[in-house]
Design a protein around this ligand. Structure first.
Ligand SMILES: Cc1ncc(COP(=O)(O)O)c(C=O)c1O
Length: 487
């Protein structure tokens, strides 16, 4: 007998306004994707000097896409179910290890995940009393802060020297009984400058602490640059005291995003990256990475890219990118009011202003209106604000230099952005908890940022405001920006 509450006829299915009731045609969906992408920065062509890596070799990128598709639906969750992933990962890791001083490793989704695993291994291999610490140069990548945040650890920041290089003496002084990892970058991203890896690794080894070399951006360009005859100081696992190293294939390996390798000198350190869980009644979990179920697409594509480009191809690509960087450094010296920060060993160049009225954030906006994206970097720890250029195999430096010179001229004429001091003060003292996402979006609108993408905002004002605030306030505001953006 039906209960009083049972409906006599099944309820009509509810309509979800965010999902079509009947599937939409493929052509329409692909057209919508293409339309959405119109607002994106171009991923090819070299006019975007960050985020993307273009070989200029169409066939390589097409092959990577095909290999990605071939592996797309294979799940890396279970290497016994899909032995192809073991074969591919072994080959990719062996190729990277053979150029970077040996060891064994893990294929991961990117630099951040490689660093997360290196940090986890270091923490678990050497338990300490109290919160474990990572000694990190001020120019070290935020992925270490993220790893510390996720893994219940602490970052001990060490200032860099006047040429933005990690300081071995300051590193030694920062090591405590709670230190589980010391970091050096090869090179650090902001200025392309190489830390003195042998000295830092020696300091770590003498304290009995592991040393990670962050070669995420440099690992797949420095060895090839050495082959071209350039002077590349030692930085890899062959350096005594270096215990792990990260190298991103989705940067100078030119593989599609989702490809990095973390190498360990010692296989037992590598095993500390792994995770297994049998405490439930479902399938037993064995993971070498943070992600569990994940597509083998990036692995297939990275394998295909490595083998299609080959050693000779990487030598040529690295040489071209470094020549572009060298030409940029020389060209900037000819542009009044601009200067290069530090001495880059890899194709990463930071350009600052040397003239009080010439604002780099205005230069970035001017360049954007001319079809170029130059990545703004905020001032930090006494290092001035600047523009970052990651040069790649396709960088065409003469048009880039003229865009930079024209933008600098226009920026000089425009003057620095008008940032009311009371606005900065108000933001610094703002009680963010009292604002919801809509309230925060209203605040952004008042400085010209429309979260629905109406026109290109004047980022110079936003960057100048952020630049005037301390890092902790920048972080709090940016988290609210992200929240409002996705709301
Ligand atoms: C030196 C360095 N380390 C780590 C990372 C983080 O890499 P990902 O963005 O792949 O997580 C980057 C990214 O640019 C980097 O340059």
């Amino acid at each position: 007998m039906p209960s009083d509450h049972a409906p006599e006829t099944p309820a009509a299915p509810s309509h979800d306004p965010a999902l079509p009731e009947t599937g939409r045609p493929a052509g329409e969906l692909l057209a919508e994707l293409a339309r959405l992408r119109e607002a994106d920065l171009p991923v090819r062509g070299g006019q975007v000097t960050a985020y993307v890596y273009d070989t200029g070799r169409e066939a390589v990128h097409d092959l990577a896409a095909t290999a990605y598709l071939e592996m797309l639906e294979v799940n890396c969750l279970d290497p016994t179910a899909f032995p192809s992933i073991v074969a591919l990962e072994r080959q990719v890791v062996a190729a990277v290890a053979s150029r970077l001083g040996g060891g064994s490793g893990v294929f991961t989704s990117g630099g951040t995940e490689s660093i997360m695993l290196a940090v986890k291994s270091a923490r678990d291999a050497r338990p300490v009393a109290g919160k474990p610490q990572i000694v990190l140069p001020a120019t070290g990548h935020p992925a270490f802060h993220k790893a510390a945040h996720y893994l219940g650890m602490e970052v001990v920041h060490v200032p860099v020297d006047a040429s933005f290089r990690a300081d071995p003496a300051a590193t030694a002084a920062a090591i405590t009984p709670r230190t589980v990892l010391v970091v050096a970058s090869a090179p650090s991203y902001p200025h392309g400058v190489m830390d003195p890896v042998p000295e830092i690794a020696a300091v770590a080894a003498s304290a009995g602490v592991p040393c990670h070399v962050d070669a995420c951006v440099g690992g797949w360009v420095l060895p090839w640059l050495r082959d071209t005859g350039r002077d590349v100081p030692p930085f890899d696992l062959s350096v005594p005291g270096v215990t792990s190293l990260s190298c991103d294939l989705h940067k100078y390996g030119y593989a599609p995003k989702g490809a990095s390798v973390v190498l360990y000198a010692d296989e037992s350190l590598r095993r500390h990256a792994y995770f297994a869980a049998a405490e439930w009644p479902g399938y037993t979990v064995i993971n070498a990475t943070v992600q569990s179920s994940k597509s083998a697409g990036p692995l297939g594509a990275a394998w295909a890219t490595l083998n299609a480009v080959g050693a000779q191809g990487y030598r040529e690509l690295a040489g071209n990118a470094m020549e572009a960087a060298e030409r940029l450094v020389a060209g900037v010296a000819e542009i009044p009011g601009l200067r290069v920060l530090g001495e880059p060993v890899a194709p990463l160049v930071a350009v600052a202003s040397s003239e009080p009225g010439l604002d780099v954030f205005v230069i970035a906006d001017e360049a954007r209106s001319r079809g170029w994206f130059f990545q703004p970097q905020l001032s930090y720890a006494g290092i001035p604000p600047n523009l970052h250029f990651t040069l790649t195999g396709v960088s065409d430096i003469e048009p880039l230099l003229s865009a930079l010179a024209d933008s600098a001229k226009a920026a000089r004429a425009a003057g620095p952005p008008d940032v009311p001091a009371d606005l900065v003060e108000a933001l610094a003292g703002l009680d963010l908890d009292s604002l919801d996402d809509a309230g925060f979006a209203g605040l952004l609108a008042s400085v010209g940022v429309d979260l629905d993408g109406g026109g290109q905002p004047e980022m110079a004002v936003v960057n100048a405001i952020l630049d005037a605030l301390p890092p902790a306030t920048r972080e709090a505001l940016l988290i609210r920006f992200l929240s409002a953006l996705y709301a």
